[in-house]
Design a protein around this ligand. Structure first.
Ligand code: ATP
Length: 345
């Protein structure tokens, strides 16, 4: 396969297993975000792909070639780390030209490539400026251009945007994704920011405890989380216990959910329901009964907290679809069967 393949990649530090039997295919030209809580093993995995750490098991293939033991500088990678590691005493152009100079490219070739890259990152005319005189976002773009100077096969970035303020960061996410699409370069980004992952990735890889819990498109991760961990980690959700009645239909707090059945043989399960899928109505008519405990109007959205069956359920609506309820009011909760995702434990 053209692209990157991780085959049962494992990394142990002494007796501690940081990454275990990771299996992943990244087709050529796709953008993958590795996402997960601190310590889940995402940086270790990226470092193994980069050749900065050796796997203790498994193999890494790039375009069909086993690169597990190939040193970093021979892997044809571009890398950007959180620190950026730009040379502060060099100009923008000299920073971008650095890898070309090391490879012995002619002065003309260097100049042409630097000009092309400056145009690509919207910094034409900035070549002579010291990097110390750039904004955070501009410095970020220079680091990206330098990493792309040798037209690598694989572009690896570790938390590349985390030093930027929130607004700039969002703008750079869009810019990075557009750049990647323009170049068609296989790209892997490590992030702990799920919004960033959802913005940029073709495939989001959710990791926990050294394992991949789910690798799928952003919308599939959101709409069809594979398990309780993914459902809870990505966005907000309501995790609700259900049990099957004698005919296999799911019931929640004693109320049957019409159209929702649990897989055969399953007596109990946790379902995930996104807050925007919780519909509040008047009590009765088979709706789950609850009592409003708090209403939070955030301007763009309204969050209604409802206690039902001793649990808290959150409903989110737009101001136009405002449920118009107040704390202390009895309400009915309606869950459509297609928004209830039965989770693996
Ligand atoms: P963060 O978001 O905090 O950077 P991460 O998901 O990138 O977390 P890793 O840096 O991959 O996590 O670390 C995974 C686990 O491996 C952690 O428990 C970490 O302490 C451990 N670890 C990483 N590098 C080493 C090392 N050189 N020696 C021993 N343990 C290590």
């Amino acid at each position: 396969m053209s692209g990157l393949v991780l085959n049962n990649v494992t990394k142990q530090f002494g007796s501690f297993t940081a990454v275990e039997n990771v299996q992943l295919s990244v087709p050529h030209g796709t953008f993958v975000c590795m996402l997960g809580p601190s310590g889940c093993g995402k940086t270790t995995l990226l470092r193994m792909i980069a050749g900065l750490d050796d796997p203790t098991g498994g193999a890494i293939l790039l375009d069909g070639e086993d690169i597990t033991k190939v040193p970093t500088h021979k892997r044809n990678l571009g890398m950007v780390f959180q620190s950026l590691a730009l040379f502060p005493h060099l100009s923008v152009g000299e920073n971008i030209a650095y890898p070309l100079r090391i490879r012995g490219k002619s002065r003309e070739d260097q100049k042409k490539r630097v000009d092309d890259l400056l145009s690509l990152i919207h910094l034409s005319g900035y070549g002579d400026r010291p990097v110390s005189k750039l904004s955070g976002g501009q410095r970020q773009r220079v680091a990206i251009a330098r990493a792309l100077a040798l037209s690598p096969k694989l572009f690896l970035l570790d938390e590349p945007l985390s030093a930027l303020d929130a607004k700039l960061r969002e703008a750079m996410q869009v810019e990075l994704r557009q750049l990647q699409q323009k170049l068609g370069i296989t790209t892997i980004v490590v992030t702990h920011d799920q919004r960033e992952a959802m913005t940029m990735a073709d495939t989001v890889v959710v990791m926990n405890g050294g394992h991949i819990r789910q690798a799928a498109s952003p919308i599939e991760i959101y709409r069809k989380p594979a398990d309780t961990f993914v459902a809870d980690f990505i966005g907000s959700t309501n995790l609700i216990e259900t049990s099957a009645d004698s005919s296999g239909d799911a019931t929640i707090f004693g109320h049957k959910i019409p159209g929702l059945t649990l897989p055969s043989g399953m007596q109990k399960a946790t379902i995930s329901v996104r807050p925007e899928d919780v519909h509040l109505t008047t009590p009765g008519n088979g709706a789950i009964s609850g009592i409003v405990t708090f209403v939070r109007d955030l301007g763009g959205t309204i969050e209604t907290f409802v206690e039902a069956g001793g649990k808290q359920i959150v409903a989110v609506s737009t101001p136009r679809a405002r449920p118009n309820v107040i704390a202390g009011q009895q309400v009915g909760i309606v869950l459509a069967p297609d928004v209830c995702v039965v989770l693996k434990q």
